[in-house]
Design a protein around this ligand. Structure first.
Ligand SMILES: [Zn+2]
Ligand SMILES: [Zn+2]
Length: 131
Protein backbone atom coordinates (compact mmCIF):
# COMPACT_ATOMS: atom_id res chain seq x y z
CA UNK A 1 0.00 0.00 0.00
CA UNK A 2 2.97 2.36 -0.11
CA UNK A 3 4.03 4.62 -2.93
CA UNK A 4 7.36 2.86 -2.79
CA UNK A 5 5.72 -0.16 -4.41
CA UNK A 6 6.14 1.50 -7.77
CA UNK A 7 2.49 1.41 -8.67
CA UNK A 8 -0.92 2.42 -7.37
CA UNK A 9 -4.30 0.75 -7.74
CA UNK A 10 -7.61 2.51 -8.21
CA UNK A 11 -11.25 1.91 -9.00
CA UNK A 12 -14.57 3.48 -9.83
CA UNK A 13 -17.18 4.12 -7.14
CA UNK A 14 -18.98 0.79 -7.61
CA UNK A 15 -15.72 -1.15 -7.94
CA UNK A 16 -16.57 -2.88 -11.21
CA UNK A 17 -13.72 -1.10 -13.02
CA UNK A 18 -10.30 -1.51 -11.43
CA UNK A 19 -6.93 -0.34 -12.71
CA UNK A 20 -3.30 -0.08 -11.82
CA UNK A 21 -0.87 2.67 -12.83
CA UNK A 22 2.89 2.16 -12.76
CA UNK A 23 5.25 4.96 -11.72
CA UNK A 24 6.79 7.29 -12.63
CA UNK A 25 3.91 9.57 -13.48
CA UNK A 26 4.56 12.64 -15.63
CA UNK A 27 2.59 15.28 -13.71
CA UNK A 28 -0.18 15.90 -11.24
CA UNK A 29 -2.36 18.94 -11.89
CA UNK A 30 -5.63 20.54 -10.90
CA UNK A 31 -7.50 21.21 -14.15
CA UNK A 32 -9.86 24.18 -14.08
CA UNK A 33 -11.02 23.93 -17.71
CA UNK A 34 -14.72 24.34 -18.39
CA UNK A 35 -14.90 20.88 -19.98
CA UNK A 36 -13.57 19.06 -16.89
CA UNK A 37 -15.80 21.17 -14.66
CA UNK A 38 -18.96 20.23 -16.54
CA UNK A 39 -18.03 16.60 -17.25
CA UNK A 40 -17.25 15.90 -13.60
CA UNK A 41 -19.72 18.26 -11.96
CA UNK A 42 -16.90 19.68 -9.85
CA UNK A 43 -15.03 22.96 -9.42
CA UNK A 44 -11.92 21.34 -10.86
CA UNK A 45 -10.49 17.89 -11.48
CA UNK A 46 -7.12 16.67 -10.26
CA UNK A 47 -5.35 14.51 -12.83
CA UNK A 48 -2.24 12.35 -12.74
CA UNK A 49 -0.64 11.94 -16.16
CA UNK A 50 1.03 8.68 -17.20
CA UNK A 51 2.39 7.24 -20.42
CA UNK A 52 -0.60 5.19 -21.59
CA UNK A 53 1.45 1.98 -21.53
CA UNK A 54 1.71 2.37 -17.73
CA UNK A 55 -2.04 2.32 -17.11
CA UNK A 56 -3.85 -1.02 -17.16
CA UNK A 57 -7.47 -1.85 -16.52
CA UNK A 58 -7.32 -5.03 -14.43
CA UNK A 59 -11.04 -5.68 -13.98
CA UNK A 60 -14.28 -4.56 -15.58
CA UNK A 61 -12.99 -3.33 -18.93
CA UNK A 62 -16.40 -4.27 -20.32
CA UNK A 63 -17.94 -1.58 -18.10
CA UNK A 64 -15.75 1.21 -19.46
CA UNK A 65 -17.63 3.57 -21.73
CA UNK A 66 -16.21 6.48 -23.69
CA UNK A 67 -17.50 9.98 -24.24
CA UNK A 68 -15.80 12.11 -26.91
CA UNK A 69 -16.05 15.38 -25.01
CA UNK A 70 -14.36 17.40 -27.73
CA UNK A 71 -12.66 16.54 -31.02
CA UNK A 72 -10.34 13.54 -30.49
CA UNK A 73 -10.66 13.93 -26.72
CA UNK A 74 -12.02 10.97 -24.83
CA UNK A 75 -13.29 10.65 -21.29
CA UNK A 76 -13.71 7.09 -20.08
CA UNK A 77 -16.10 6.20 -17.29
CA UNK A 78 -17.83 3.29 -15.63
CA UNK A 79 -21.18 2.88 -17.29
CA UNK A 80 -22.64 1.26 -14.18
CA UNK A 81 -21.85 3.98 -11.62
CA UNK A 82 -20.79 6.87 -13.86
CA UNK A 83 -17.40 7.49 -12.26
CA UNK A 84 -15.02 9.25 -14.63
CA UNK A 85 -11.60 7.60 -14.57
CA UNK A 86 -9.49 8.36 -17.63
CA UNK A 87 -8.85 11.12 -20.14
CA UNK A 88 -7.02 10.73 -23.44
CA UNK A 89 -6.62 13.32 -26.16
CA UNK A 90 -4.84 13.78 -29.46
CA UNK A 91 -3.50 16.93 -27.84
CA UNK A 92 -1.42 14.76 -25.49
CA UNK A 93 -0.67 11.70 -27.62
CA UNK A 94 0.40 8.57 -25.79
CA UNK A 95 -0.71 9.89 -22.40
CA UNK A 96 -3.50 8.73 -20.14
CA UNK A 97 -4.64 11.14 -17.48
CA UNK A 98 -6.12 9.39 -14.46
CA UNK A 99 -8.41 11.01 -11.87
CA UNK A 100 -6.37 11.29 -8.68
CA UNK A 101 -9.46 10.76 -6.51
CA UNK A 102 -9.98 7.31 -8.08
CA UNK A 103 -6.78 5.93 -6.57
CA UNK A 104 -6.89 3.82 -3.40
CA UNK A 105 -3.16 4.19 -2.88
CA UNK A 106 -0.73 7.12 -2.94
CA UNK A 107 0.78 8.15 -6.23
CA UNK A 108 4.37 9.25 -6.69
CA UNK A 109 3.85 13.01 -6.58
CA UNK A 110 1.60 15.71 -5.17
CA UNK A 111 -0.40 18.16 -7.30
CA UNK A 112 1.91 20.98 -8.37
CA UNK A 113 0.08 22.89 -11.10
CA UNK A 114 -3.21 24.69 -11.63
CA UNK A 115 -3.95 24.10 -15.33
CA UNK A 116 -6.34 26.33 -17.30
CA UNK A 117 -6.77 28.48 -14.22
CA UNK A 118 -8.01 31.33 -16.40
CA UNK A 119 -11.18 29.25 -16.94
CA UNK A 120 -11.76 28.58 -13.24
CA UNK A 121 -15.27 28.70 -11.82
CA UNK A 122 -16.05 32.19 -10.58
CA UNK A 123 -17.63 30.60 -7.50
CA UNK A 124 -14.37 28.94 -6.53
CA UNK A 125 -12.68 30.72 -3.62
CA UNK A 126 -9.42 32.38 -4.56
CA UNK A 127 -6.48 30.02 -4.57
CA UNK A 128 -2.90 30.77 -3.85
CA UNK A 129 -0.66 31.18 -6.85
CA UNK A 130 0.60 27.87 -8.20
CA UNK A 131 3.94 26.76 -6.78
ZN1 LIG B 1 -18.41 1.71 -11.45
ZN1 LIG C 1 -9.66 19.96 -17.92
Amino acid sequence: MSAGAGEAHGRCHCGRVRFVATFPSRFCAHCHCASCRRAHGAAFVTWVGFPSAQVHVTEGAEFLATHESSHETYRRFCRHCGTKLFFESARWPGETHVVLAAFDEPVDRAPSVHAFYAEHADWLPALRDPP
